[in-house]
Design a protein around this ligand. Structure first.
Ligand SMILES: Nc1ncnc2c1ncn2[C@@H]1O[C@H](COP(=O)(O)OP(=O)(O)OP(=O)(O)O)[C@@H](O)[C@H]1O
Ligand SMILES: [Mg+2]
Length: 143
């Protein structure tokens, strides 16, 4: 997961969305942490389960990042009510995107983390148009 996170950090751009699905404890926050670490963030990355949205800004990170966890939303709140705008000049890393109706789009990389073994995980990707080439490059380099 650290290798995937580092590879994602290398190619992620402001305006991108990385949508992380998977069961409780699948490793969504773990992957978000590894992306943030690879973007240069040296501090603790708490789970945004209760804050819903935690921003990270330069110079602590190479590009602005918003780490979100929509688990508690249950479709009750719209993204714009959270102050989240599709045109935000940040990388949005969102756990539980299905709780807000999904975040599919050209700038979105949807990743589903699966696995029941103690440490083994599989990542299934659906890449939006602007992620196709980048994800192919990552998937070819990480096993
Ligand atoms: N290969 C792996 N990738 C990710 N996490 C792993 C892996 N192997 C073991 N783990 C462990 O699985 C747990 C994943 O927890 P994490 O908080 O990342 O899940 P989550 O998907 O964010 O859950 P939640 O839905 O509660 O937010 C951690 O304790 C982590 O150490
Ligand atoms: Mg989490």
């Amino acid at each position: 997961m650290q290798a995937v996170g580092a590879a994602l950090a290398e190619v992620a751009r402001p305006g991108d969305v990385i949508a992380l699905s998977g069961d409780l404890g699948a490793g969504k926050s773990t992957l978000a942490r590894s992306i943030l670490a690879a973007l240069g963030f040296a501090g603790e990355v708490p789970s945004p389960t209760f804050a819903l949205i935690l921003p990270y800004d330069p110079p602590e990170v190479r590009i602005p990042v918003i780490h979100a966890d929509f688990y508690r939303l249950d479709g009750a709140m719209e993204l714009d009510e959270l102050g989240l705008d599709a045109g935000d000049p940040a990388l949005l890393i969102a756990e539980w995107p299905e709780r807000v109706g999904g975040l599919a789009g050209p700038d979105t990389l949807e990743l589903r983390i699966e696995g029941t073994a103690a440490s083994e995980r599989a990542v299934i990707a659906r890449a939006g148009a602007n992620w196709q080439a980048r994800w192919q490059q990552i998937a070819g380099g990480v096993t």
